[in-house]
Ligand binder design. Structure first.
Ligand SMILES: Cc1cc2nc3c(=O)[nH]c(=O)nc-3n(C[C@H](O)[C@H](O)[C@H](O)COP(=O)(O)O)c2cc1C
Length: 175
């Protein structure tokens, strides 16, 4: 797919087929994230790819507790893969920008491969809680890392929706 077309047509997907994405697709998505620009080229991140039910359930529960939502809620929409991106807090204030760009690259790369994605909110706050810290420890992550964001990934169960119209008046060009 042409890059510009992909950038315009990517949409958040909230219904996934249970089938797991292929390893080479996952690899290509991760690689796109790893090539995002970073301040001073530091790449201050750690991507945690969750594909087993135990970890996905633990992440879901952490998110639900953070939202104070019922435990039946599925904030990651039951996606078979979730990538959580953590950044080195020592790289404040840049790490959040850097990790966000990586997440954006990965969502666009996923779309290019016909894979659905959706950014799910809460990781920064979730991983500041005791429950979140315990999960980080279990995943072998050091305390200098902070959650920045997560994307759900999987084959869409349905079509990619149309984009909402773009808001007027959000661009100023001064020649
Ligand atoms: C920082 C951020 C947080 C988001 N959090 C959620 C979320 O928790 N749950 C969700 O379903 N979508 C979430 N989204 C997806 C947005 O709702 C979505 O990008 C927006 O509605 C525009 O739709 P589009 O991605 O299809 O263009 C989030 C997006 C961003 C950038």
């Amino acid at each position: 797919m042409e890059t510009l077309e992909a950038l315009k047509k990517r949409r958040s997907i909230r219904k996934y087929k249970p089938e797991q994405i292929k390893d080479d697709e996952l690899g290509a998505i991760i690689e796109a994230g790893l090539y995002a620009p970073t301040a001073i080229g530091r790449q201050p991140w750690k991507f945690v790819v969750l594909q087993n039910q135990e970890d996905l359930d633990a992440l879901t529960l952490l998110n639900v507790h953070f939202r104070k939502a019922p435990e039946t809620m599925k904030p990651y929409y039951g996606a078979p893969t979730v990538i959580v991106v953590f950044g080195d807090k020592g790289d404040e204030p840049f790490y959040e920008y850097d990790c966000t760009l990586a997440l954006g690259n990965m969502m666009n790369a996923a779309f290019d491969l016909g894979i659905g994605s959706c950014w799910i909110w809460g990781e920064k706050q979730m991983f500041e809680t005791e429950e979140g810290r315990e999960l980080m420890e279990k995943w072998g992550l050091s305390a200098n890392l902070g959650g920045v964001g997560a994307i759900a990934l999987g084959y869409p169960d349905g079509d990619f929706p149309e984009a909402a119209p773009r808001r007027e008046g959000t661009v100023i060009i001064r020649k």
